[in-house]
Design a protein around this ligand. Structure first.
Ligand code: ATP
Ligand code: MG
Length: 395
């Protein structure tokens, strides 16, 4: 019955030039989301609205795809008809109600809007006249102007838009409207959620993953690629840098106090992530840290990690409990993958009693033991990193 979807977005927040950028990005993300769905789709902007025209498609699949596009507030399956006079409009509206609501024992209200001012009837007249015709056609229908079961929207535009269903979208801002950030993506539960959260604010993401072969396996790496793909359903294509961290970790393990291993390791991860961030024109780093979750995420530990960064570090989960993070992880279909039991580079070289209140001076002094050798190892790690472009719909 529906050949088109009307896409509603938060129009109030965007004015002037920004509106154009917002809409362009939204159209781009809608096309990206629909690329994996069966059917033919045309996404177009018309007079401050976005329409998706669809052919040979599956209704649920389209809604599922659009539910991943940030910036969409509502999705309305819509019938578009030519303006061929009032009688034709009555016919179209009646046919719409007949098909959309086989059971007529419901209340309704017509909500007409005359966006094209040369239309001979105003919205009040349309509400009354169409309401009357519907009551005549379907005696079981009743009018309820306060809480109708069916809010029948009839908008007189270039074409006439008839719709009554609005499926909520994910909200947020279209990816690409707020710059780019570098996500430190591990195989855990938190960092994919952090990537999702930052993308929701319109930020495009690239990612960096540190592995430690042969201590971590090919399957552990594949799991991170899979997680990147899950995040990319929302965030768009992700350039994933895979860094071999083994030599750096071994060096730290050999030279530094074991209680400080995790903090020092984190600091090197941040430094290397920042290198790639600058290369990819990212405006910040993103991690899945949340205050107090583990020893390396106390306020003191976060401060010590942060001290090596010159870019801002965004931690979208900072105030979340694990339970809240898991809820989002499940919602975005990442959880099942995140909990696969593969080894992580951080869990292999972990101390029994890590410092929970590291002192920055002490940490810096410990790092001096790494000498100049560590710079060469960092350089090699950067140079030998493998970069893959991960997109939704593959694999
Ligand atoms: P996650 O579930 O995201 O792994 P976590 O609770 O296991 O988080 P940590 O292992 O302390 O927490 O890691 C904190 C953050 O550091 C992660 O959220 C991630 O952003 C980053 N990080 C940790 N390990 C790696 C890694 N191997 N590669 C890239 N980033 C990592
Ligand atoms: Mg982890």
């Amino acid at each position: 019955m529906y050949k088109s979807f009307l896409i509603k977005y938060g129009e109030i927040a965007i004015k002037g030039k920004n509106r154009y950028l917002f809409e362009e990005a939204l159209v781009r993300q809608i096309r990206y989301a629909l690329a994996g769905a069966d059917g033919t789709f045309e996404v177009r902007r018309l007079q401050g609205r976005i329409y998706v025209d669809a052919k040979d498609y599956d209704y649920d699949e389209v809604l599922e795809a659009l539910s991943h596009v940030f910036g969409i507030v509502g999705i309305c399956p819509v019938v578009l008809t030519e303006d061929a006079g009032f009688d034709a409009l009555v016919r179209d509206v009646t046919a719409y109600v007949d098909q959309a609501y086989p059971d007529k024992n419901r209340t309704f209200k017509v909500h007409a809007r005359r966006a094209r001012k040369n239309y001979p009837m105003d919205s009040m007249e349309l509400n009354a006249a169409l309401g009357e015709k519907l009551l005549e056609a379907f005696p079981k229908l009743r009018v309820d102007v306060h809480h109708p079961d069916i809010l029948l929207c009839v908008e007189i535009r270039e074409k006439i838009n008839i719709y009554s269903v609005e499926i909520p979208g994910p909200g947020g801002m279209p990816v690409g409207t707020n710059g780019r950030a570098m996500l430190l993506l591990s195989g855990g539960i938190d960092s994919p959620v952090a990537g999702y959260m930052i993308a929701k604010r319109g930020v495009a993401i690239d990612a960096v993953y540190f592995h430690a072969p042969p201590y971590t396996s090919e399957r552990a790496k594949q799991k991170v690629v899979d997680l990147a793909r899950i995040v990319s359903r929302y965030a768009g294509p992700i350039r994933l840098h895979i860094v071999n961290f083994t030599e750096i970790q071994l060096q730290i393990y050999e030279k530094c106090p074991h209680a400080e291993l995790t903090i020092i390791m984190r600091r090197y991860m941040m430094k290397i992530a920042e290198h790639f961030a600058k290369e990819d024109h990212c405006l910040g780093l993103v991690t899945g840290e949340s205050i107090g979750q583990v020893a390396s995420q106390t306020m003191q530990s976060l401060a010590a990690t942060n001290a090596v960064c010159t870019l801002p570090v965004y931690r979208p989960l900072i105030g979340f409990d694990k339970k809240e993070i898991i809820d989002i992880s499940e919602k975005i279909d990442a959880y099942e993958t995140s909990i696969l039991p593969f080894e992580d580079c951080c869990t292999i070289f972990v101390a029994k009693h890590p410092v929970t209140k590291p002192n920055l001076r002490v940490i810096e002094r410990s790092e001096q033991r790494l000498g100049e050798a560590i710079d060469a190892l960092v350089k090699t790690a950067v140079e030998t990193a493998e970069t893959v472009c991960v997109e939704a719909g593959e694999g």
